[in-house]
Design a protein around this ligand. Structure first.
Ligand SMILES: NC(=O)C1=CN([C@@H]2O[C@H](COP(=O)(O)OP(=O)(O)OC[C@H]3O[C@@H](n4cnc5c(N)ncnc54)[C@H](OP(=O)(O)O)[C@@H]3O)[C@@H](O)[C@H]2O)C=CC1
Ligand SMILES: CC(=O)[C@@H](O)[C@H](O)COP(=O)(O)O
Ligand SMILES: [Mn+2]
Length: 391
């Protein structure tokens, strides 16, 4: 029997890497749903090529374009948030969660509710609602497998190990586009410069988050949620080559490092084939040619996002949802030219200060509705903080 797979965020960087793997072995998979947003041509082409049951765009206004692109193919076209959640509720064995941002949360929950294995690239789901995701998986007999490269690396290093023997988890960070810039130049960083990752080929938003270290800040929270480890035992280490993806430190002094090329098809393929390992089309590293690996301690002045993540974890509750929404809004501000690169962290900090003072908001129970409410409030506050800076 072919495995039923769905890919949410199919038109993006992770989605396309997932499709690359699936297409190499078409007999093995039956594609249920593919989703995208604005890239209708790609969505329709992949839905046709993979003979998907349904293709969904998040953008309702683009439904006529999607219908036209799929005419005669036998693939159903649908659009909007409700359609995304309905597609996620269609029975599938393995679902890739690779929508960008908090928009990935509700489809991810819907996929878990139907008992699928959720391959989770959408780290925002765990930052916004980690406890809810894990509880939904538990109560529906579903499974979450990490796809974020660091978390896949930790997960692999932990196979067969006892969490009680784990002293620390070390997440590596490339340092992003500006790791070697003088601090005083950061405020002048342009969108084009921030969108140039030194090692990874990824979507624009996560690439900018790598430069600001908001990506790593989110990953620290993701680690806390996924591996249920105290925040004090999660470290960040700058490793400019992005070849060691993470390390796990055990109570006998051993450090288990996961080493591989910066190619997401490894982590995606690991989650696709788990618990087996299978041959994957990624480069085999020539360590003698590479020669040495470099490490540095992270610099809090350059990357205030890392301090903010610690504050978010200390506050708990729905603070992660506020943090993510503020970060997404500040990133929109930088992309549109309303904010300088260094002002993104200021907007996020200001938003957290405002919402923390409204204790009941952050302290509410973790339900999808309450997460959406906090997300909405945080975006409002962050937009106001952005406007204060633009005058
Ligand atoms: N890229 C990478 O290597 C890595 C990514 N991740 C995580 O994976 C996720 C995807 O990242 P990446 O692939 O880089 O992102 P991309 O921007 O490349 O792709 C995002 C995908 O989400 C779709 N999308 C955009 N907005 C919405 C929305 N409002 N509702 C539904 N779908 C939407 C896009 O559609 P369209 O393009 O058609 O508009 C696209 O399919 C993120 O959570 C990221 O943090 C984690 C580790 C590595
Ligand atoms: C590939 C991946 O997992 C990204 O999240 C990666 O971590 C980005 O690189 P840095 O955040 O280390 O710059
Ligand atoms: Mn990562």
């Amino acid at each position: 029997m072919p495995r039923r797979v769905s890919i949410f965020g199919a038109t993006g960087s992770i989605g396309q890497n997932t499709i690359d793997l699936i297409r190499r072995d078409p007999e093995r998979y039956r594609v249920v749903a593919l989703t995208g947003a604005r890239n209708i041509a790609q969505l329709a082409a992949d839905a046709r090529a993979l003979n998907a049951e349904i293709a969904v765009t998040a953008e309702e206004r683009l439904l006529p374009e999607l219908r036209a692109a799929l005419a005669g193919s036998g693939v159903t076209a649908a659009a909007g948030q409700g359609a995304l959640e309905e597609a996620a509720a269609r029975p599938a064995d393995w679902v890739m969660s690779a929508i960008i941002g908090a928009a990935g949360l509700a489809p991810g929950i819907a996929a878990l509710r139907q008992g699928a294995t959720l391959a989770l690239a959408n780290k925002e789901s765990l930052v916004c609602a980690g406890a809810l995701m894990l509880e939904t998986a538990r109560t529906h007999g579903a499974r979450i497998l990490p796809v974020d490269s660091e978390h896949s690396a930790v997960f692999q290093a932990l196979q067969g190990e006892d969490m009680a023997a784990v002293e620390r988890i070390i997440l590596t960070a490339s340092g992003g586009a500006f790791r070697d810039w003088p601090l005083e130049r950061l405020a002048e960083a342009t969108l084009e410069q921030a969108t140039d990752h030194p090692n990874w080929d990824m979507g624009q938003r996560i690439t900018i988050d790598s430069a600001s270290m908001f990506n790593k800040a989110m990953e620290v929270i993701e680690t806390r949620e996924f591996f249920s480890i105290d925040p004090e035992r999660i470290e960040v280490l700058v490793h400019p080559q992005s070849m060691i993806h993470a390390l796990v430190g055990f109570n006998d002094g051993a450090l288990m490092a996961h080493v591989g090329p910066p190619d997401m098809r490894h982590a995606i393929g690991y989650a696709l084939h788990h618990p087996q390992r299978e041959k994957l089309p990624v480069e085999r590293l020539d360590l003698a040619r590479i020669g040495c690996f470099e490490f540095r301690a992270p610099d809090d002045a350059r990357w205030p996002a890392l301090r903010l993540a610690r504050e978010v974890m200390a506050e708990g509750g729905l603070c992660g949802a506020a943090f993510n929404a503020a970060k997404e809004t500040a990133l929109d501000g930088f992309i549109s030219g309303a904010l300088r690169f260094t002002e993104m962290a200021e907007v996020v900090e200001r938003t957290l200060d405002v919402l923390s003072r409204q204790g009941g908001v952050i302290g509410a129970a973790m339900t999808l509705d309450n997460v959406a409410h906090v997300d909405h409030l945080a975006r409002q506050v962050a937009r106001a903080a952005t406007q204060e800076r633009t005058g």
